[in-house]
Design a binder for this molecule. Structure first.
Ligand code: IPE
Ligand code: IPE
Ligand code: MG
Length: 246
């Protein structure tokens, strides 16, 4: 089935978030080092980013490195950071050609200086693009994000900038790293794992979850189109009854 042709352009998810998982297992299956899986994973990123822009998804967020991933062997962490720098250098043209704006969420200040500098440069260079916003979650953990939000709001209450009574969901939204992004409509995780792993806990509140058995390095835009088609055939009730929706 050609899923792309079946997709309804007026019912596109406004925000897709992906947990790109399975690089290590992909490499192991081929008898390769884990890092080879990460390298192949970078190719999948390009394909999926292009596919998203192609069909008109306005926001795509990719989980690239979690706060917990710092606990991996140092050599793997170091190579992942180097891969981040080389991918940013290489993909800037793809982003410009496709009119894509790059953003980052997470503890960006904890990344190595080189990665931070490259990231800031690409963010700046693509800031005028408007077809799609691509957000990379780097050194990102949802509990860290929420802790940061609570601290910021608490400081504002202490200084009298806002009153405790005025805190509502929109105030919280405005303090999240994702402050300018809409809620996630569709969350995809590859590699068969069915968990959230500290990703966008608040923002996923009403997201449709889609789990694929495909290992991330093998994931392609056609697989994304299949996930979107599946999403479009679900009924999102937001607490209401089915009858209320029709
Ligand atoms: C996802 O693939 C990439 C990162 C977390 C950086 P993994 O490296 O987690 O691959 P598996 O889960 O070990 O197969
Ligand atoms: C989640 O994948 C983080 C990223 C994809 C960047 P992991 O492979 O680190 O997740 P867990 O620890 O197995 O849940
Ligand atoms: Mg994994």
């Amino acid at each position: 089935m050609n899923f792309k042709e079946q997709i309804d352009p007026v019912k596109l998810p406004q925000h897709i978030a992906i947990i790109m998982d399975g690089n290590g297992r992909w490499a192991k299956k081929q008898g390769l080092m884990r890092i080879r899986g990460h390298e192949k994973g970078a190719k999948a990123v390009r394909d999926v980013v292009e596919g998203s822009a192609e069909i008109g998804v306005p926001n795509l967020t990719l989980y690239a490195f979690s706060t917990e991933n710092w606990n991996r062997p140092k050599v793997e962490v170091d190579t992942l950071m180097k891969l981040l720098v080389s991918s940013l250098k290489k993909e800037i043209t793809t982003l410009q050609e496709n009119d894509i704006k790059l953003k980052a969420i997470g503890c960006i200040e904890t990344l190595p200086k080189k990665a931070r500098r490259e990231l800031e440069e690409v963010i700046k260079k693509t800031s005028g693009n408007s077809r799609m916003t691509l957000t990379l979650a780097l050194s990102y953990g949802s509990r860290e994000e929420l802790t940061h939000v609570v601290k910021e709001i608490a400081e504002k209450v202490a200084s009298g900038e806002i009153s405790a009574k005025a805190i509502d969901e929109s105030v919280i939204n405005k303090h999240l790293y994702t402050q300018n992004l809409p809620d996630v409509d569709l969350m995809i995780r590859t590699s068969g794992e069915q968990r959230i792993s500290n990703f966008l806990l608040w923002q996923l509140a009403y997201a449709e979850l889609y789990f694929s058995e495909i290992l991330w390095p093998d994931y392609r835009k056609e697989d994304l189109f299949e996930a979107i088609y599946n999403y479009q055939n679900r009924e999102r009730r937001f607490g209401k009854t089915s009858e209320q929706l029709s």
